[in-house]
Design a protein around this ligand. Structure first.
Ligand code: ZN
Length: 219
């Protein structure tokens, strides 16, 4: 696989940055693609740009601002508060079909640049339960993309069955723990690295990191 080309769906966050390192270890050429849909914080796009630049990767930023028209919500509208889902429901950050759209555009880009592999950091064990992040959806989409473009794409989901602590562990195994910890942005309040410490995303990230670091000390 070392001579193949790969596209990584990349947001500048912990998960997709870990996926970049995962892909760089396996493929000859790695191309990052970021979707710009008027994120709450423009700093997200800047953060993604800086990371791709520092790693010397080609980086495509695709305009997906139409998503804001389709599904105004907490990530794209400043007047809606970010909340965790109640009673196991989806959080207010949910945009129906977002990942379906992103992965389809990633497939079009992969076809155009001649990349066989598409990597996404989606995770079924994640807290949010987005239906288009589930393993069965990704497998179904892989078939659909291949049929739609007469291609033999392979979609990789290295984080699919990992919890946050195991995702930190993977970054560590890729010698990227420090990089991911210091340069990525997952905070809903737009603060890079350890973030605000208060929002659901920061809490999840910190819980995973603490869990991983304490398990590492035991060895
Ligand atoms: Zn935060």
């Amino acid at each position: 696989m070392k001579k193949d080309k790969a596209i990584v769906v990349f947001s500048g966050g912990q998960d997709s940055t870990t996926c970049l390192f995962w892909a760089m270890e396996r493929f000859e050429e790695v191309i990052a693609v970021t979707f710009n849909y008027n994120q709450r914080h423009k700093v997200e796009i800047e953060c993604a740009k800086n990371i791709a630049n520092e790693l010397g990767l080609k980086h495509h930023i695709l305009d997906m601002s139409l998503l804001n028209q389709l599904a105004p919500n907490a990530l794209t509208r400043e007047d809606i508060e970010v909340k965790e889902g109640e009673d196991g429901g989806l959080p207010s950050t949910f945009v129906p079909g977002r990942n379906l759209l992103f992965m389809s555009f990633a497939g079009v880009l992969a076809s155009q640049v001649g990349a066989k592999h598409i990597i996404t950091g989606v995770c079924e064990t994640d807290f949010s339960g987005y239906p288009d992040c589930r393993d069965v959806f990704i497998k179904s989409l892989n078939v659909t993309l291949n049929l739609s473009m007469d291609q033999q794409f392979v979609i990789h989901t290295p984080l699919m069955w990992l919890d946050k602590a195991e995702t930190w562990q993977l970054a560590d195994e890729l010698n990227a723990l420090k990089f991911v910890r210091e340069k990525t942005l997952t905070c809903y309040n737009g603060i890079i690295a350890d973030g605000c410490g208060e929002c659901p995303s920061c809490k999840l990230r910190k819980r995973g990191l603490d869990q991983y670091l304490s398990s590492r000390k035991e060895f």
